[in-house]
Design a protein around this ligand. Structure first.
Ligand SMILES: N[C@@H](CCC(=O)N[C@@H](CS)C(=O)NCC(=O)O)C(=O)O
Length: 209
C-alpha cells in the first residue's frame, strides 16, 4: 500500500487527484502544517526539505522501497508506475513534463506569494503589485496555450493535474487575476467536472494555501 503524506493545500491536492484518477488505494497521513508537523524529525526523515507532499511506495519497480518528495516528482513517479497520464515516448513526454514543471516554478510560488500577501499583509502594496503582475502574466501564458487545445499538453495528463489546484486557489482568493482568461476558465470548468478532480480536491477541504 502506498503511503501519502500531505495536507489541505494546492500542492497537497495533486497526488490525491492523480490517485483518484488511477483508482488506487493508499494510506493517507495528514501532516498538520498548522502544528508544524512538517518540521518534525519523523517527517524530515521522509522529506528533509520539511514540506508536503511526500510519498512512500514499499513496492517500487524492483520490489524496493521508494521515497519521493516534491509534487512533480511524485506525480511523475505514479504516472510512470501506472503507465498512464504521462507519455513514455518523446516528444510527448517532454511536452507534458515542461508544463508540469512550469507549474512548480511559476504558478505555485507566484500565486502562493500573491495569496499570502493579500491575506496576511495587504498593506504591503509593493509586494501585492509585484506578485499580482507576475501571476497575471502566468495566467496569460496558460490562456494562450489553451486557445486552441482542450488540455494543457496533448491528452489529459499530469500537466493538468499539477496546474489545476493552484488555478482553483487563485480563483478562490484573487479571482480578478483570471479576468479575461476565458480559455483558462473553460479548462477549469472541464477539470472541475471530472469525478477524480472533485474527489481529490474535496478530500482535504478546506482549501487554504
Ligand atoms: N515545490 C514543492 C512545494 C511544496 C510546498 O511548498 N509545500 C507547502 C504547502 S503547499 C509546505 O509544506 N509548506 C510548509 C512549510 O513551508 O513549512 C512541491 O511542489 O512539492
Amino acid at each position: 500500500m502506498l503511503d501519502l503524506y500531505t495536507w489541505r493545500t494546492p500542492n497537497g491536492k495533486k497526488a490525491p487527484i492523480l490517485l483518484a484518477e488511477l483508482g488506487w488505494p493508499y494510506d493517507l497521513h495528514l501532516v498538520n502544517l498548522g502544528q508544524n508537523e512538517q518540521k518534525m524529525p519523523k517527517y524530515l526523515a521522509i522529506n528533509p526539505n520539511g514540506k508536503i507532499p511526500a510519498l512512500v511506495d514499499p513496492e517500487g519497480p524492483n520490489g524496493e522501497l521508494v521515497v519521493v518528495f516534491e509534487s512533480g516528482a511524485i506525480l511523475e513517479y505514479l504516472a510512470d508506475k501506472a503507465g498512464m497520464l504521462l507519455p513514455k515516448d518523446q516528444p510527448a513526454r517532454s511536452e507534458v513534463l515542461s508544463w508540469a514543471y512550469w507549474q512548480v516554478g511559476g504558478p505555485g510560488p507566484m500565486f502562493g506569494q500573491l495569496i499570502a500577501f493579500v491575506r496576511q499583509s495587504p498593506t504591503n502594496e509593493g509586494a501585492v503589485e509585484k506578485f499580482q503582475a507576475e501571476s497575471a502574466r502566468l495566467v496569460g501564458v496558460l490562456d494562450g496555450r489553451l486557445r486552441d487545445r482542450e488540455w494543457v499538453a496533448g491528452a489529459y495528463s499530469i500537466a493538468d493535474i499539477m496546474n489545476y489546484p493552484w488555478f482553483a486557489a487563485l480563483e478562490e482568493f484573487r479571482p480578478q487575476t483570471l479576468e479575461g482568461a476565458g480559455h483558462v476558465k473553460r479548462w477549469m470548468s472541464a477539470m472541475a467536472a471530472r469525478p477524480a478532480v472533485k474527489a481529490g480536491m474535496n478530500l482535504l477541504v478546506p482549501a487554504t494555501p
